[in-house]
Design a binder for this molecule. Structure first.
Ligand code: TXA
Ligand code: MG
Length: 328
C-alpha cells in the first residue's frame, strides 16, 4: 500500500486515530521529531514498530500521553517525578519510571525492563491525535534504527514510508532533537539522553544527577539501563568528520557560526549567527540534505559544548562513531 502523506487537518487526524485504534502504524509530528505511532497497549501494534524500524527488540519505546493524569495510571510518579512533570510537561522531556502492577502498556515497549518511558508532548497535532484515539501511543522517532531522525514528513516517507499507512504532515518540527530522557526509577536521577530540557534546568528541580556520557558503550550482555545509548546512532550514509577547521572539495560541510571555511562541494550553515536553538532545529534536516550527495564525507565544524550544544554534540558524536555491521 502506498503511504499517504496527509496534511494534518481535523479530518486527517480523525482518520489517523481510527487507523491507530485498528492497530495500524501512523507517523505524526511532535515538537521534537516525527514519531512512528502505534497503540501502546497492543502487543501486535508495538511489534509492528520494531519491524518497521528494524529496531532491536531490546531497545524500549516511549509511551506518549495527553495528560499527566493518564500517565499516572501506568507508571509510578514519586514526588521528584511529579515535580519534574509539573515543571516541564507538556514538552520535550521523557521520564523513565517504574511500571505499576496493573500497567496496560505492552511489555514490548519496556523491552524486558521493569520501567516504562513516558512523555507528554506539547505539539498540537500530537495532542489532538492522542485525544482523538483515546490511547497511549508508543512512538519512537520515525527513522530506520541507527539512522538520522526525521524532522519533516518527507524524511519519514524517504526512510520508512513503505511500511506505514499514513504520515500526518505538520511541517518541520520546532525543536529538531529528540526529547531529553531522564531516568527517575532509582534514588539517583540519571540523564540518559541530552535534549532541549537541559541538565541545568533539570538539576534545579531534582538536584544532583548522573549524566550517562555519550561515549558510554553498554557491554553486550549487560542489562541495558540505557538501551538507546548505543554509540553508533543517527548515522548518515556518508562518514562524518568532526571538529573540522577546513574542508576538502569532495566533502560536504556542516557549518556553524559566521566564519566558515570555503571550498566545500556543498555547505549548510546550522546558524550563521551561532544560535544553538536554531542549529538544533536544523541539524537533522541538514544531515539528510548533505547526505544525499555522492561525496566522500560530511565535515562538521565545532559546536560549543554548552546548553543545547551538548545535545547537538551528543548526536554528532554518534553520527561520527565507528559503525558496527548491524546497527542499533
Ligand atoms: O522526542 C522523542 O523522544 C521522540 C518523539 C517521537 O517523542 N521519540 C524518540 O523515541 O526519540 P526513540 O525510541 O527514538 O528514543 C527513545 C529513547 C531510546 O534511547 C530508548 O532506549 C530510551 O529512550 N528508552 C525508552 N524506554 C526506556 C526505558 N524503559 N529505560 C531506559 N531508556 C529507555
Ligand atoms: Mg530514535
Amino acid at each position: 500500500m502506498a503511504t499517504r502523506i496527509r496534511t494534518a487537518s481535523d479530518e486527517a487526524i480523525r482518520e489517523a486515530a481510527a487507523l491507530l485504534q485498528q492497530g495500524e502504524l501512523v507517523a505524526f509530528p511532535t515538537e521534537t521529531v516525527y514519531g512512528l505511532g502505534a497503540d501502546a497497549t497492543r502487543d501486535s501494534a508495538a511489534a509492528r514498530i520494531f519491524e518497521a524500524k528494524q529496531r532491536p527488540s531490546f531497545n524500549p519505546l516511549i509511551a506518549h500521553f495527553v495528560s499527566l493524569e493518564d500517565a499516572r495510571t501506568q507508571v509510578e510518579f514519586d514526588s521528584r517525578a511529579e515535580a519534574v512533570a509539573n515543571a516541564f510537561w507538556p514538552g520535550p522531556l521523557t521520564l523513565v519510571l517504574p511500571r505499576l502492577a496493573n500497567c496496560s502498556i505492552s511489555r514490548l515497549c519496556s523491552a524486558g525492563l521493569e520501567t516504562q518511558a513516558v512523555r507528554m508532548p506539547a505539539h498540537n497535532i500530537a495532542r489532538d491525535l492522542l485525544t482523538a484515539c483515546g490511547l497511549p501511543l508508543a512512538a519512537p522517532s520515525a527513522n530506520l534504527s541507527g539512522r538520522v531522525s526525521p524532522t519533516t514528513a518527507a524524511h519519514v516517507a524517504a526512510q520508512i514510508g513503505e511500511t506505514l499507512t499514513m504520515i500526518l504532515d505538520g511541517g518541520p518540527c520546532g525543536v529538531g532533537l529528540e526529547s531529553t530522557v531522564l531516568d527517575l526509577s532509582n534514588p539517583l536521577a540519571r540523564l540518559l539522553r541530552p535534549g532541549a530540557i537541559t541538565q541545568e534546568m533539570l538539576m534545579e528541580v531534582v538536584g544532583p544527577l548522573e549524566v550517562v556520557s555519550s561515549d558510554h558503550v553498554p557491554s553486550e550482555g549487560a542489562a541495558l539501563t540505557s538501551p538507546g545509548q548505543m554509540i553508533s546512532h543517527y548515522a548518515p550514509t556518508l562518514p562524518v568528520r568532526l571538529n573540522a577547521g577546513d574542508v576538502d572539495q569532495d566533502e560536504a560541510l556542516l557549518a556553524f557560526g559566521p566564519d566558515v571555511p570555503i571550498g566545500a562541494a556543498q555547505t549548510v550553515n546550522l546558524s550563521p549567527t551561532g544560535d544553538l536553538v536554531e542549529a538544533a532545529a536544523r541539524l537533522f534536516d541538514a544531515l539528510h540534505c548533505l547526505d544525499q550527495k555522492p561525496l566522500r564525507a560530511i565535515a562538521v565544524m565545532p559546536i560549543p559544548e554548552e546548553g543545547l550544544g551538548r545535545a547537538i554534540n551528543d548526536r554528532l558524536r554518534r553520527a561520527a562513531a565507528p559503525r558496527p555491521p548491524v546497527q542499533g
